[in-house]
Write a protein that binds this ligand. Structure first.
Ligand code: ZN
Length: 482
């Protein structure tokens, strides 16, 4: 059976020539696109059963790609204790809540994050799960994979890990880190169980030790060897803050990228989240080796980490994808807002011409596909995956913006939710609602579970996570507050 999406008011393909059509159509055959164009669509072939979808008044885009996320953190949006903290203090505060993770928490928080991502036009999601509290199920990552299957997203879960606890000079508490042996054997288990390398794959694993300040040298080197023997990609956080740079200089005697080079972490099978503190020589090295960046602009702003040199990285040829990072630092799993932040933030400092709307959307689609090593998503064209998003163009916020509907997505507030989303030929959002989950019921479950996690963390530590670190209505910090 084929599906014809017809009467598309504005069809954005993101192909190599940037083709966009008024009054377009897309013909979907199974999990891929058979043909697309404008004007009159081809009639059904003999014996072809065809369903039609009327996309009048809508803009069609390739599903966007989120190259770095932590779905298990969805329950920690706007936590008062760390609202105004820098990365290291933010992590130290949140580790105490994450120690309380249960399989149900991981599954429900993943459903929330994945659901919001789908509703904002994101169809391929790379997630980084790295907290495995002692005494808890060792199969928490599996819960995120189950949630992705349920919602119908294209998923790139990373088997994250931490092996350098506080007793070894690392940042995380010792009871959320694991030994390299346990990490490597579970990494092998999840790859063998879930990884699918085929074209149109819905699940591809990566190995992802968390960061230079939470893992040991041997784990990084051994993870690289294991990933390459299994044919999966490598991922971690890198060059996110000045504090991390100082840690690497003091602990390893070199800057973060030089350290990663020493342990075998450069190549077209590697991508790093953030890349805020990379100089020209480092960006050139990444470009020449095909090492990618997952750019997280909102998270970098929220934590005051800095502004990644993305226009410069792209000019030098570094693969760059867009990413949301974490809900406690982005406070949303909203791909449209991320696209907007990316479009705006580089104009300060790098110049107003450095990030046109179409360049930001390129990062969110084609750039993400390259970072994740995919040749089947990020573009609407024959023989590409049928990952298609329709946005309605009838909101008052779009009045006066119909000169350029695509730019309106990046600049206006007239497009907040997808009207219809297809992933791999399957409809997963219809009339603005998730097909496979009840959003209202999920919200109730999530708020209950989120509150319970904080209550357990407070009972164990005595810490008050719900009091802001400010005093007074003007938010001015109290003397001695932390
Ligand atoms: Zn992250």
């Amino acid at each position: 059976m084929t599906i014809l999406i017809k009467n598309i008011s504005h069809l954005v393909t993101m192909d190599d020539t940037g083709s966009e059509y008024r009054d377009g159509w897309i013909l979907v055959d199974g999990r891929s696109i058979r043909a697309l164009g404008d004007g009159e669509p081809p009639p059904p072939e003999k014996g072809e059963a065809r369903t039609q979808i009327d996309a009048c008044g809508a803009m069609a885009l390739p599903g966007m790609i989120n190259t770095h996320h932590h779905l298990y953190q969805t329950f920690q949006r706007a936590v008062p204790r760390v609202q105004d903290a820098k990365l290291f203090d933010w992590l130290v505060g949140l580790y105490e809540i994450w120690r309380e993770l249960t399989p149900d928490d991981v599954r429900i928080s993943a459903q929330v994050g994945l659901g919001e991502l789908l509703l904002t036009g994101c169809t391929t999601i790379a997630d980084h799960f790295y907290v495995f509290p002692k005494g808890q199920s060792p199969h928490l990552l599996d819960e995120t994979i189950d949630a992705a299957r349920q919602l119908g997203v294209r998923f790139h879960p990373s088997r994250g890990s931490m092996s350098r606890g506080r007793s070894q000079g690392g940042l995380p508490p010792d009871d959320v880190v694991q030994s390299p042996d346990v990490i490597l054997s579970d990494s092998q288990r999840v790859v063998e169980r879930y990884h699918d390398a085929d074209r149109f794959s819905m699940c591809r694993l990566a190995l992802a030790p968390c960061s230079p300040f939470s893992v040991t040298d041997d784990l990084l080197a051994e993870s690289a060897k294991l990933a390459r023997s299994l044919g999966v990609r490598l991922h971690t956080h890198l060059a996110e803050t000045r504090d991390e740079e100082t840690f690497c200089l003091q602990t390893h005697g070199c800057r973060p990228l030089a350290y990663m080079e020493k342990v075998g972490w450069l190549g077209s099978d590697v991508w790093y989240a953030h890349g805020v503190y990379l100089n020209d020589a480092e960006l050139s090295l990444m470009a020449s080796t095909g090492t990618g960046i997952a750019h997280c602009p909102t998270s970098n702003l929220r934590l005051g980490s800095g502004m990644a040199p993305i226009p410069r990285a792209m000019d030098l040829g570094v693969p760059v994808g867009l990413a949301l990072d974490a809900d406690p630092s982005t406070d949303a799993s909203d791909m449209i807002r991320e696209l907007q932040t990316c479009t705006l933030v580089h104009r300060v400092g790098t110049g107003v011409e450095s990030m046109p709307a179409r360049r930001a959307l390129w990062i969110a689609t084609r750039g993400g596909a390259r970072v994740l090593g995919r040749d089947d998503v990020g573009m609407l064209a024959p023989d590409m995956a049928a990952d298609i998003v329709l946005f309605s163009l009838d909101d008052i916020g779009l009045a006066g913006a119909m000169h350029d509907p695509l730019a309106a997505l990046a600049f206006t507030t007239g497009i907040r939710r997808a009207r219809w989303v297809m992933v791999n030929g399957q409809v997963v959002v219809d009339e603005g609602r998730l097909v496979h989950l009840d959003e209202k019921e999920l919200l109730v479950q999530a708020n209950r579970a989120s509150g319970a996690m904080v209550a357990r963390a407070t009972a164990r530590t005595g810490l008050d996570f719900l009091s802001p670190t400010r005093s007074g209505a003007d938010g001015k910090r109290a003397e001695g507050s932390t």
